[in-house]
Design a binder for this molecule. Sequence first.
Ligand SMILES: [Zn+2]
Length: 108
Amino acid sequence: MAKCPLCGEPLDWGELIEQMLALENAGELLKDRERFMETFRDFVFKCPHCGEEFYGRNLPEKEAEKVFELLNEFKGSVDWEKRKVRLRLNSLLALDTMLEKWDEKMKG
Ligand SMILES: [Zn+2]
């Protein structure tokens, strides 16, 4: 799970994405994986726990890609009027990891 690179506190992906939703072109970014990932890496996030700032590239990229997929998979995942993420991204990511492990176990 994503953690703040400075204080080590766990971060909520919904909250992180909401910081990106403030970008004017956020709607377009969420439709284009490459542009989203590029912007994500160079985006300056602010940790809600310690208030320090850091680049997106300090966060797990695999999770960011999954978050992109989840946001695109579910209709209405973003409330554009309020610029809020409606999905519980951390729970979905945890579930996804669990299912992957289960799948490996079944195949193994
Ligand atoms: Zn922090």
